[in-house]
Write a protein that binds this ligand. Sequence first.
Ligand SMILES: *[C@@H]1O[C@H](CO)[C@@H](O)[C@H](O)[C@H]1NC(C)=O
Ligand SMILES: *[C@@H]1O[C@H](CO)[C@@H](O)[C@H](O)[C@H]1NC(C)=O
Ligand SMILES: *[C@@H]1O[C@H](CO)[C@@H](O)[C@H](O)[C@H]1NC(C)=O
Ligand SMILES: *[C@@H]1O[C@H](CO)[C@@H](O)[C@H](O)[C@H]1NC(C)=O
Ligand SMILES: *[C@@H]1O[C@H](CO)[C@@H](O)[C@H](O)[C@H]1NC(C)=O
Ligand SMILES: *[C@@H]1O[C@H](CO)[C@@H](O)[C@H](O)[C@H]1NC(C)=O
Ligand SMILES: *[C@@H]1O[C@H](CO)[C@@H](O)[C@H](O)[C@H]1NC(C)=O
Ligand SMILES: *[C@@H]1O[C@H](CO)[C@@H](O)[C@H](O)[C@H]1NC(C)=O
Ligand SMILES: *[C@@H]1O[C@H](CO)[C@@H](O)[C@H](O)[C@H]1NC(C)=O
Ligand SMILES: *[C@@H]1O[C@H](CO)[C@@H](O)[C@H](O)[C@H]1NC(C)=O
Ligand SMILES: *[C@@H]1O[C@H](CO)[C@@H](O)[C@H](O)[C@H]1NC(C)=O
Ligand SMILES: *[C@@H]1O[C@H](CO)[C@@H](O)[C@H](O)[C@H]1NC(C)=O
Length: 675
Amino acid sequence: MLCQCPKLSPLQSRFIASAITLIFLGFVYWSFFNPHFAYASELDLDGTGLSRNGADHNWHRIQQEMLEEDGIDVLTDGEEVEMMLQMRRVEEVDEAVMEEKRATNAMAMAIDDNNSPNQMNILAGNTTVWFYSNDLRNAPPAPEGSGLPSGLGDKSKAQNNDLDKRGGLEKRQNGATTVYISINTCVQPEWNGTGVQTDAPPQLTLYVSTTSSNTTPGPNGSNSTQIAVPLDKGFANATVQADSGIYMSINAPALPDGFTGVWNYELAVSTEDYYHSADLDDPFLFLVDTDTNSALLVTDNLTQADSSDPIFKKWMNISTPFIMFAANVNHTASMGMENSFCGWSKIRQIEAQQSDPEGIDTGVQMGMITRGLGRKPKEQFYITNLNRSSEYNGVLAMEGNSTKAGKGVVGGGGKVWQPVQWTTKSDGNCALLFNLTFCDEVAYAVPSNPKSFNITGMRNVFDNYTSTMYQNFNYSLAQIPCNTTSEAQYSLAKTCTDCASAYKTWLCAVSIPRCQDFSNPDPSLQPRNVGQAFLNNTYLPSDYLTMNYVPMLKAPTLEGSPRDTQTFNTSLATNSSRNPTIIDDMIQPGPYKEVLPCEDLCWGLMQSCPASLGFACPHRGRGLEATYGRRSPDGSLTCSFLGAVYNTNGVGGLAAPFSKVVAGAVILAFVLMVV
Ligand SMILES: *[C@@H]1O[C@H](CO)[C@@H](O)[C@H](O)[C@H]1NC(C)=O
Ligand SMILES: *[C@@H]1O[C@H](CO)[C@@H](O)[C@H](O)[C@H]1NC(C)=O
Ligand SMILES: *[C@@H]1O[C@H](CO)[C@@H](O)[C@H](O)[C@H]1NC(C)=O
Ligand SMILES: *[C@@H]1O[C@H](CO)[C@@H](O)[C@H](O)[C@H]1NC(C)=O
Ligand SMILES: *[C@@H]1O[C@H](CO)[C@@H](O)[C@H](O)[C@H]1NC(C)=O
Ligand SMILES: *[C@@H]1O[C@H](CO)[C@@H](O)[C@H](O)[C@H]1NC(C)=O
Ligand SMILES: *[C@@H]1O[C@H](CO)[C@@H](O)[C@H](O)[C@H]1NC(C)=O
Ligand SMILES: *[C@@H]1O[C@H](CO)[C@@H](O)[C@H](O)[C@H]1NC(C)=O
Ligand SMILES: *[C@@H]1O[C@H](CO)[C@@H](O)[C@H](O)[C@H]1NC(C)=O
Ligand SMILES: *[C@@H]1O[C@H](CO)[C@@H](O)[C@H](O)[C@H]1NC(C)=O
Ligand SMILES: *[C@@H]1O[C@H](CO)[C@@H](O)[C@H](O)[C@H]1NC(C)=O
Ligand SMILES: *[C@@H]1O[C@H](CO)[C@@H](O)[C@H](O)[C@H]1NC(C)=O
C-alpha cells in the first residue's frame, strides 16, 4: 500500500512526490481524460435555526425533587403557611438587630453575611424585603484569592481593573462604601399550559434603597429613593454607594396563563465583588465539531502570552478552571435562566464537574490544551452521551472563583458566559477524532464505521498513515539543497523548514478528511463514496446515482472525454474518498459529505516547496472545486483547515480570518498540474 523506499534514486523520489500528489485523489482519472469538475460554491450555511419544541411534562416533579434534594421547601398548594412561618422565624431572630438599626420594616428578612447566598422562595405577586446591616457593611473583607493566572484573553485589562476595585478602597476615604449586590434565579415557575411552551416565565425584579426614608423598596416605591433592576434571564446585579444599611426587595410578577409554581432565588451582598456574575456579551467558548453522540468545545485563548512566559505555564498547570453546563434546546423548563449559574446548576441535564474532570460520572471530559491557531492555552470540553440529531445549548461557567465556591468566598456564586448552540449529526458515519500523535492539530469529525474501527483504532490508522507519508516525504526533501548558501537555495523566501511545515499541514488536512452527514444539504460540501452502502446496509436510490455530474466545467470536450457524461456513481470525485487506501478500503464509511480542505493549504504547499518535488494544485474549473474549498469572507464554514472552530456569532460559521493576501498572491503565481 504505502511506498517504503528508504534510499531513493532521483526517479524514485520523483515517484514519491507523485504518489503524494495522488492524494489530490482520483484526479489522476481526470488528468488522463483532461476532464473536470463542479462549481465553486460559497454558500454559507445556516443550518442551526433553533426550534424549541416539546415540553418536559415531568418538569414539575423534577423541580420539586431538586428543591427537596437541596433542602429547599417547595411551596405547593396550601404550603404558603409554611413559608409565612419560616419568614416569621427569621424575623424574630433579626428583630433585635433591626431595632438597633432603627429599621422600620417589620417584615424585612436579614442578609446573613457578606458573600453569602440568601436563598428564598417567592410566590407570584409577592414582594420580599431584605435588610443588609451597617455592621456587615463595615465588617472586615473576606480574604482575597490569588485569582486566575491572568485576565481572560485580550480582555485582561478590564478584568484587572475590576479586581483593583476590590478590597473597599473607598471605605477609608469617606463614610460611603461600594456595595455589590447580585441575584440568581435558581428555580422558576413551570409550564402546565396546553401545547408547547414558547416563552420563558416572567422575571423577578430587584429593588434597592440606600435611604432609611424608603425601607420597603418595591413596585410601589418612588424612583427617587430606589433603583429597580429587572432580572435578565435569571440574573441581575447592582452597585450602590452606601453609608449605612441597605434595603432591598425582590418582587415576583403575576403569572401569565399556563404557568404554575414558585421562584427560588439567591440574593447576595458583598463589599468586595459580585457574588454572582454573568458575561452578557461573550460566550468565550467555541464549538469545534460534533458527531452523532458527542461534541467538542474549547474556550477562547486564555492568554496571548508566549509559551516561554510564566503566565502561559501557570495556565497550563492549573487544572480545569472552567466547567460547562448544557441542555437540549427542547428542555424548555430551563428557558429564562440562561444567565444564572444557580439556575444551570439546578437544571443539571448535562454538567461538567471539577471533581470529575475525566467525565466518569458526567460524560464531560475536561482538560487544558494548546491545540488550535496560535497554540495558546485553552480549556477543552468533550461532551459524550448526547442524542443523535439533537440541538443543544451549552454555557461556559466557573464554579465560585474556580478554586472555591459558596458562602464566604468572594465571587462564590459562580459565573456563566453566553450560550453556544450545536446540533449533533444524524448518519453515524462521521466520528469526532482528536488527540492524534502526529496530526495533533486535527480535531473534527472524520469518515468512520464502527464496524471496522473504534475511535482508538481510527486514531492508530490515521497516525500510522500520516507519519509514514511524512517520513517518505522527508526522504525526498533530504535530496533538496536546503542547508546551503542562499544562492544555491531553491528559494530566497522559503526554506526546507517552511516546506516541511506546509507539507505537514496539508497532509493532515487532506489525508484525514473532515466529514459531514450525507443528508446535510450545504452545497459547499462534496459528496463522497456514493456507491457504497450506508451503515444500515441500504444504498442511495439509483435515480440519484445515475444523475449527471459535471465536475470540470472548463475541461475540453475531446473525443471520448467523460466531461459531460459522468454520473454520481461513475465520477471518482463523488464515488471515492480522497484517501481510498484508508477510507474506501479499510474504514468503508459509506456515503458521506466532505468539508473540502481550504485551497490555500494547497497553494501554501506549492509556494513553500521546491518545484522539483512536483507538487501542483488543480486548476479552477478543472478539478479544484471538487478537491478544495474556498474560505468565505463572512467567516462561515466553507472549507476545512487545522485549528478551525465554529464562529459563535455567525451561525454555523468558522472563526477564521480571510486571508486576502495569500489568495491574491497565489492566483497570480501558480497554475500548473503535474502528475
Ligand atoms: C502502518 O503502516 C504500514 C505501512 O502502510 C503497515 O505496514 C503497518 O502494518 C501499519 N501499522 C499499523 C499498526 O497499522
Ligand atoms: C427533545 O428532542 C429529542 C429529539 O431531538 C427527543 O428525543 C426528546 O424526547 C425531546 N425531549 C423532550 C423533553 O421533549
Ligand atoms: C404573599 O405571600 C403570602 C404568603 O407567603 C400570601 O399570604 C399573600 O397573599 C401573598 N401576596 C400576594 C399579593 O400574592
Ligand atoms: C478562591 O477563594 C479562596 C477563599 O476565599 C481563596 O483561597 C482562593 O485563592 C481563591 N481562588 C482564586 C483563583 O482566586
Ligand atoms: C420607576 O421607573 C421605572 C422605569 O425605570 C418605571 O417603569 C416606573 O413606572 C417608575 N415608577 C414610578 C413610581 O415612577
Ligand atoms: C453588573 O456586572 C457587570 C460585570 O460583571 C458590569 O459590567 C455591570 O456594570 C454590572 N451592572 C451593574 C448595574 O453594576
Ligand atoms: C396550572 O396551574 C395553575 C395554578 O396551579 C392552575 O390554576 C391551572 O388550573 C393549571 N392548569 C392546568 C392546565 O393544569
Ligand atoms: C487565539 O489566538 C490566535 C493568535 O494567537 C488567533 O489566531 C485565534 O483566532 C485566537 N482564537 C482562537 C479561538 O483560536
Ligand atoms: C439508512 O441510513 C441512511 C443514512 O443515515 C438513512 O438516510 C436511511 O434512511 C436509512 N435507511 C433505513 C431503511 O433506515
Ligand atoms: C488525549 O491523550 C492523552 C495522552 O495521550 C490522554 O491522557 C488524554 O486523556 C486524552 N484526552 C482525551 C480527551 O481523549
Ligand atoms: C478498540 O478496538 C480494539 C481492537 O480492534 C480493541 O483492542 C480495543 O479494546 C478497542 N477499544 C475500545 C475503547 O473499545
Ligand atoms: C537543515 O539544517 C537544520 C539545522 O542546521 C536541520 O535541523 C534540518 O534538518 C536541515 N534540513 C535538511 C533538509 O537537511
